[in-house]
Each structure stands twice: as structure tokens, then as C-alpha cells.
Ligand binder design. Structure first.
Ligand code: RTP
Ligand code: MG
Length: 148
């Protein structure tokens, strides 16, 4: 079962976009496998964005992520990693297509509302960084035949 890690960043939570974002993933047909509101530690934020540690925006990005609560989620379903990136839209909200989350709700690259894993391997790394195994629901005994 393909899974991805999605995080609603502090701006998305503060702007009351949690319900709107969850609705979009639900209506697309993906399945929620993990969900928590959390105050992120500096250590976790730095590990999560480790790949960007040499970039000029790294410190301000980490400061932003630890500044107030985020919603961390695991979504699953066929093709969910790439599809979530499409639902989210381009990194710069001004360049993101209307109809995407960033395209509909943002204008600033440093306040782009949401994170989504960029590849299957990245998703596996990020899910194990943010969630323990017990925090992820399997749905394996679900009676819903339409869950893929
Ligand atoms: P994310 O990891 O947060 O889902 O975003 P992304 O894949 O679309 O973009 P990425 O290249 O991974 O960048 C991570 C986050 O860093 C901030 N950023 N600021 N030029 C800048 O000031 C700049 N470039 C990137 C963004 O908030 C981006 O989401
Ligand atoms: Mg990224």
C-alpha cells in the first residue's frame, strides 16, 4: 500500500485550512492512516528538512515550522505520493495552478500552507520520522471494497 506524509504547516493551521485540506484528500479518494496535531521540536524540523540544510532559506524554514502547531498526516492509496503533489501544487504559490491547494490559498513561497513527500522513498523516510508504527492504522480489515 502506497503511503505519503502530509504536513499542514503553521500558516495552514492558523488560517483554518485544516478541514478544507482534509476534505480535498478525502474527496479525491485517499485514505487517512495517521493524524496528529503537534508542536514540532527543532530537532525534528531540522531532520525533516535535512536535504535543504545548505540552502539560504533553511534557518527561516525551520523557525517557521517550529513556530506554532502543525497537522501531521499519513495518507494512503494507489499513486498517492505523486497525486498528493498534484493536489498541493507548485512550491511557489504564485506559480501554482488554480485548483491546487497552494494555487487557491497562497501567495508566498515561505508560507505555502502544506508539505507533501516528493517521492516514495522520501515518504517512507518521513513517515518513520514523524510517526511511530502504532500511530498508523492499517485498514486491512476494512469492509470497504472501494479502498485501494
Ligand atoms: P515542501 O518540501 O515543504 O513540501 O515543499 P516543496 O517540496 O514544494 O519545496 P522544497 O524545494 O522541498 O522546499 C521546501 C520548502 O522551503 C521553502 N522554500 N523557500 N526560495 C525560497 O525562499 C524557498 N524555496 C523553498 C518553501 O516553503 C518550501 O515549501
Ligand atoms: Mg520538498
Amino acid at each position: 500500500m502506497e503511503r505519503t506524509f502530509i504536513m499542514i504547516k503553521p500558516d495552514g493551521v492558523q488560517r483554518n485550512l485544516v478541514g478544507e485540506i482534509i476534505k480535498r484528500f478525502e474527496q479525491k479518494g485517499f485514505t487517512l492512516a495517521g493524524l496528529k496535531l503537534m508542536q514540532v521540536s527543532r530537532e525534528l524540523a531540522e531532520k525533516h528538512y535535512d536535504v535543504h540544510k545548505e540552502r539560504p532559506f533553511f534557518n527561516s524554514l525551520v523557525e517557521f515550522i517550529v513556530s506554532s502547531p502543525v497537522v501531521a498526516m499519513v495518507w494512503q492509496g494507489e499513486g498517492v505520493v505523486a497525486s498528493a503533489r498534484k493536489l498541493i501544487g507548485a512550491t511557489d504559490p504564485l506559480a501554482a495552478e488554480p485548483g491546487t491547494i497552494r494555487g487557491d490559498f497562497g501567495i508566498e513561497i515561505g508560507r505555502n500552507i502544506i508539505h507533501g513527500s516528493d517521492a516514495i522513498e522520501t515518504a517512507q523516510r518521513e513517515i518513520s520520522l514523524w510517526f511511530s508504527e502504532e500511530e498508523i492504522c492499517s485498514w486491512e480489515n476494512s469492509m470497504k471494497p472501494w479502498l485501494k
